[in-house]
Design a protein around this ligand. Structure first.
Ligand code: NAD
Length: 482
């Protein structure tokens, strides 16, 4: 039993931890049973500005000139350290986010890969030659581009993958030679600090990565409006993300926001494989992943058969303590989050939906839920449900399935299940999402694929190479050979 906060962290600015003095504190509690896990000592707005000053100075004096092989080496060493200490991180993720150990292992493994991709990426940042004689008058000239780091990157991250989504910003930023001011989610700030310590041990210069602790409303505006910041990269909810883009003014902005991922199943699909992929993809991180399976469109002729399989798979999942090796689905991040999901399900039921399984909440635990008889106007369908709740709907024709899937102002990832590859590719072309999986659920992501939403799901791309591109600027250089 944890009697008092095990972890107590302040902000980390220019290599120094700030936690003395009278300051706002935020408790970090385990989502499963509410035990105190840690507390953070928040930064003031002035300290957030100091973090930018430090990052700006360290960029000019150190990072800008740090050779690619050194940046690569630091990232590689950080990956090795994370691998060595992976068990500690897996346990911490279970305690801090509530994700079961199996999922935590997946997150840590991916985080190690992100660091390794970034380590390799640091060595291959380059521009290109432009054949200038393609233009009239361009004869006798040589043109090429070079890529340079931007400077200070402000990174604001969500609670659901506090290790891997922090790394999707920090690792490419460092690979490219930038410096970072990170504001991690205040609900899950501990893994980011332990990661910071690995970077420090791996030899990252002090001030290249700074962490400011606090809430978004307290620190967000100060961070994104500072003129010295060259890129704001945000992962989180749409409401906050689009507001930050307005505040950021002329700055480059990456927004990785939410979605209500559509998944389409045709009658020729392998229904057992689809059922497993869809349920797993709907309940992973208790449905609190941006590409969780949410809307499932099923061809009429196999609707009953597939729904039966989905329900029996969902019923077979064990919900409970994330530290128990046999748990499939852990708690949601807070009781408020679970209560909000419960309200949305209840509201859908009053509007005519049928609970096929689940629908109940015990504290922060929310049972895997499948809803039938839903309509496109219900919140559980048209908004991001962000809970282990799947809605199943019927369609008859390919055209109808595409129209239903695209009937959303969100668009991050989609899944299509069919053995007909021509049909799958036709549909992939027409789905209004940033990515499409064929015979895999929307939730799948590898860390080197280009990843980002269209419509209200965001702007810009992550995936290490793509993030490195966004965190560098390309400069053209031309030579007149005389
Ligand atoms: P959130 O928007 O509440 O918080 C995300 C971050 O923004 C946190 O660090 C928070 O402190 C900060 N924040 C909150 N209000 C702010 C403000 N006014 N100004 C500046 N910063 C502010 O999101 P969350 O609940 O932590 O995460 C869930 C959301 O994130 C979901 O919508 C999910 O889909 C999305 N998400 C997207 C991706 C992706 O890659 N597209 C990945 C994971 C999560």
């Amino acid at each position: 039993m944890i009697a008092q906060a095990t972890y107590q962290f302040g902000s980390f600015i220019n290599g120094h931890e700030l936690k003395s003095g009278v300051r706002k504190r935020i408790e970090v509690r385990m989502p499963y049973d509410g035990q105190l896990l840690g507390e953070i000592f928040c930064a003031t707005k002035t300290e957030a500005t100091q973090a930018i000053t430090a990052a700006d100075e360290v960029f000019r004096t150190t990072m800008k000139a740090l050779p690619a092989h050194r940046r690569s080496e630091i990232l590689r060493r950080t990956a090795d350290l994370l691998e060595e200490r992976s068990d500690k991180f897996v346990n911490l993720l279970a305690m801090e986010t509530g994700k079961p150990l199996r999922e935590g292992r997946g997150e840590v493994d991916r985080a190690i890969q992100v660091l390794r991709f970034a380590s390799e990426g640091a060595k291959t940042i380059h521009g290109e030659e432009i054949p200038l004689d393609s233009a009239h008058g361009g004869e006798n000239r040589i043109g090429f581009t070079r890529r340079f780091p931007l400077g200070v990157v402000v990174a604001i991250t969500p609670f659901n993958f506090p290790l891997n989504l922090v790394l999707h910003k920090v690792a490419p930023a460092i690979a490219a030679g930038n410096t970072v001011v990170l504001k991690p989610a205040e609900k899950t700030p501990i893994s980011p600090v332990l990661l910071y310590q690995l970077f420090e041990e791996a030899g990252l210069p002090a001030g290249a990565l700074n962490i400011v602790m606090g809430t978004g409303p307290d620190l967000g505006e100060t961070l994104v409006t500072d003129a010295r910041v060259q890129r704001v990269t945000f992962t989180g909810s749409g409401l906050v993300g689009w507001k930050l883009k307005e505040l950021a003014g002329h700055k480059k902005v990456t927004l990785e926001l939410g979605s209500n991922a559509p998944n389409i199943v045709f009658e020729d699909a392998d229904l057992d494989a689809a059922a497993t992929a869809l349920v797993n993809g709907g309940v992973v991180t208790s449905g609190q992943a941006c590409i969780s399976v949410q809307r499932v469109y099923i061809q009429n002729s196999v609707y009953d058969a597939l729904v039966g399989k989905l329900v029996s798979r969902a019923k077979g999942l064990k919900v409970g303590n994330p530290l128990d090796e046999t748990t499939d689905v852990g708690p949601m991040i807070t009781e408020d989050a679970a209560r909000r999901a419960e309200e949305w399900v209840k509201e859908a039921v009053t509007q005519g939906a049928t609970v096929l399984t689940g629908g109940t909440r015990h504290g922060t635990l929310f049972e895997p839920t499948i809803l039938g008889d839903v309509t496109s106007e219900m919140k559980v369908v048209c908004q991001e449900v962000f809970a282990p709740v799947l809605s199943v709907m019927r369609f008859e024709t390919e055209e109808e399935a595409i129209a239903m899937a695209n009937q959303s102002d969100l668009g991050l990832h989609a899944g299509v299940f069919t053995k007909d590859i021509s049909r799958a590719l036709r549909i992939a072309d027409r789905l209004e999402t940033g990515g499409v999986w064929i015979n895999d659920a929307s939730v799948r992501r590898f860390d080197h694929i280009p990843y980002g939403g269209v419509k209200m799901s965001g702007i810009g791309k992550e995936g290490v190479r793509y993030a490195i591109e966004e965190m560098t600027q390309e400069k053209f250089i031309g030579i007149n050979l005389g």
